[in-house]
Design a protein around this ligand. Sequence first.
Ligand code: ATP
Ligand code: MG
Length: 387
Amino acid sequence: MTSPSFTIIGSSKIMRETLAKAERVARTSLPVMVTGETGTGKELFARFLHDHSPWAERPYVAINCAAIPSELLESELFGHKKGAFSGAQADRDGLFVQADGGTLFLDEIGDMPLPLQAKILRVLQEGEVRPLGDNRVRKVNVRIVAATHRDLNELVAQGKFREDLMFRLRGYALHLPPLRERERDVISLARAILRSYPEFAGKQMSRDLQELLLAYSWPGNVRELRNVILAAAVDASRTMEAQHLLPHLSGTDAPSTVAPVRPLKERLWSVLQQVGEVTLAHLHNLMRIPKPTLHYHIKNMIQQGKLRRLTDGGGVRFVPANDDAEQPTPEPSTAAVQVVEKAVRITCQQVASTVGIPIRTAGRVLAMLVNQGIMAPDGVGFRPCRC
Ligand SMILES: Nc1ncnc2c1ncn2[C@@H]1O[C@H](COP(=O)(O)OP(=O)(O)OP(=O)(O)O)[C@@H](O)[C@H]1O
Ligand SMILES: [Mg+2]
């Protein structure tokens, strides 16, 4: 399966501003430094800058400085003469020459070895390159776009990056915001990602899935969103629910870890058993898991009779059912009747979330109480009958 390429999606204010900046600077010949966390779209924006530049018809050449061994990087960038080193069997143009008249994208510039940084600086200052083993120079006219997810100022402070090169490359700084700061884009991105795969045509996203997408912190940004939404689409038959997505999330705010992560459900259960009685806020602080995700699992555990919800003063707390064995867990509808009877006014949604039962069950309980003349609808919710 090939990965379709995307146009840049984003209607959040911060993304519209970023796109407007990118369009403005694309028309100039200034070097652009694109920064942002992993997966925020740096590569996508580098291509955008080229496509919106006056030299869009000229070459666009990209190189990932972190992916090429430093001994090869020099000849890759500057080219070489035949015989310049063992294995140099013919003259070869470097990427600066290949990109002449167009754009050269230096990705992961923070990983560029120091000796090469000096050579790149010279090309930027003089506008000419000297291939390895050649004593002649060639004039080049290239627009440089560089990107990094690392903090270049910090690398400069550590002596790992040349300050003069940093300033030279940062003719214009374009920072891409993380996905968690552009909530508004999450759902439209997820939809666009799904739409771009014909095999997932017709898959719908349920409301609880959309809530989860909005609640999660996306440490891997759009790349992570893309991976998990596609994985969830594989697991879902037609409607994609939160349960299809949860197993594919890392579950913590930390970037992907090397050690295998225990399934979230298991970790939550073992924490619940260790702490006994706990509030949602306390669990959230303990585990750093978004509250909607916790709520979703807690609701399931309550429905399975594994967890009890305590509301007797002191706020809503949860306790593993086995910690409280003497008190049998009431049937959801019995509990719902008790909650409704005590209420001054209550909605279907409130019954469902208080008791931890599906809205449909709560609706059935309320309908039964209305039929029995115990409750009456008042247009907003239900009130006890005064008649
Ligand atoms: N705004 C966006 N609209 C559509 N797709 C996007 C957007 N931002 C990122 N993507 C997609 O997310 C994925 C990651 O983007 P990209 O490779 O450009 O990120 P990056 O910032 O270069 O990440 P890294 O630092 O890990 O190299 C790609 O598949 C890209 O097409
Ligand atoms: Mg990248």
